[in-house]
Design a protein around this ligand. Structure first.
Ligand SMILES: Cc1cc2nc3c(=O)[nH]c(=O)nc-3n(C[C@H](O)[C@H](O)[C@H](O)COP(=O)(O)OP(=O)(O)OC[C@H]3O[C@@H](n4cnc5c(N)ncnc54)[C@H](O)[C@@H]3O)c2cc1C
Length: 236
């Protein structure tokens, strides 16, 4: 069912990504990795619906999304640039019961994010933190440049200090000064160096644009990860 949600706060994450905090009328709760549909209605009645991942656990009835502006995109540009604080959109959800991490699961987890695909994976990291879970997490985040890192502060300085999540930032266009890894797409060496070996039987979550998901899922299967333990979500 659709319900009204009021925009309470907007935070700039990068030049092209914005975090939006909404207060829906009556949110039923959700699992880390799930998404919601957002519906916009123009004055003339024209409607547009898009899916956005929930970026963290529900807090005080509030839900959080992070939207990356897609050039020429109808909904993302409006949400990133125009929707004023205090305005309402309609939301429906949560949606999806497969691409989820359950806090009771103590197995190793490997997260592979490309670009804005970090959003549902960061939700899993935040859920882990909120629950005080000690499930071993490793996060590989492929992103264009250091300026494009979403949740940069949380990546570098997790809120409660060292949270036991291993994070690797893998730049594709321009790396940090002094970095030994040249800017390039994610490859075998990255997954081998920063991920779990297949023998550890981690639950693998891959999220990002189509091309990234294809490549990352193939890398994982080629490295011996059981395809049944690889879950993917495509933003394309
Ligand atoms: C399950 C799910 C969860 C998602 N979660 C998020 C999220 O957390 N944050 C987020 O920013 N987006 C997320 N998306 C993508 C989002 O739903 C929209 O597709 C995106 O915001 C573009 O919508 P738009 O109306 O701006 O572009 P449109 O007007 O629909 O498209 C404009 C042009 O951009 C291309 N395009 C559309 N989407 C993308 C894309 N993602 N990357 C590159 N080009 C694209 C189209 O082919 C078209 O040519 C998610 C998608 C799915 C399916």
């Amino acid at each position: 069912m659709w319900q009204q949600a009021r925009l309470l706060e907007r935070r700039l994450e990068t030049e092209s990504a914005v975090t939006l905090v909404f207060e829906p009328e009556d949110w039923p709760g959700h699992l880390a990795g799930q998404h919601a549909d957002i519906r916009l209605t123009a004055d003339d009645g024209y409607q547009a619906v898009r899916s956005y991942s929930l970026a963290g656990p529900v807090e005080e009835g509030r839900v959080v999304f992070t939207v990356q502006r897609v050039r020429g995109g109808e909904v993302s540009t409006y949400l990133c640039d125009d929707l004023p604080v205090g305005a309402y959109v309609e939301v429906r959800g949560p949606v999806g019961g497969w691409f989820v991490w359950r806090g009771s699961d103590t197995r190793p987890v490997m997260l592979l994010a490309g670009g804005s695909g970090i959003v549902p994976l960061q939700a899993m990291v935040r859920q882990r933190r909120a629950l005080g879970s000690r499930a071993p997490f490793r996060l590989l985040y492929s992103v264009r440049t250091p300026e494009d890192v979403i949740y940069a502060e949380e990546m570098i300085r997790p809120p409660r200090g060292d949270d036991g999540v291993d994070r690797a930032l893998l730049f594709t266009r321009r790396a940090l000064v002094g970095s030994r890894r040249p800017p390039e797409r994610i490859g075998f060496a990255d997954v081998t160096a920063h991920g779990w070996p297949a023998e550890f039987e981690p639950a693998c979550f891959v999220c990002g644009p189509n091309g990234f998901v294809e490549v990352a899922a193939k890398l994982l299967t080629a490295l011996g990860h059981d395809p049944h333990r690889i879950k993917t979500e495509r933003f394309g």
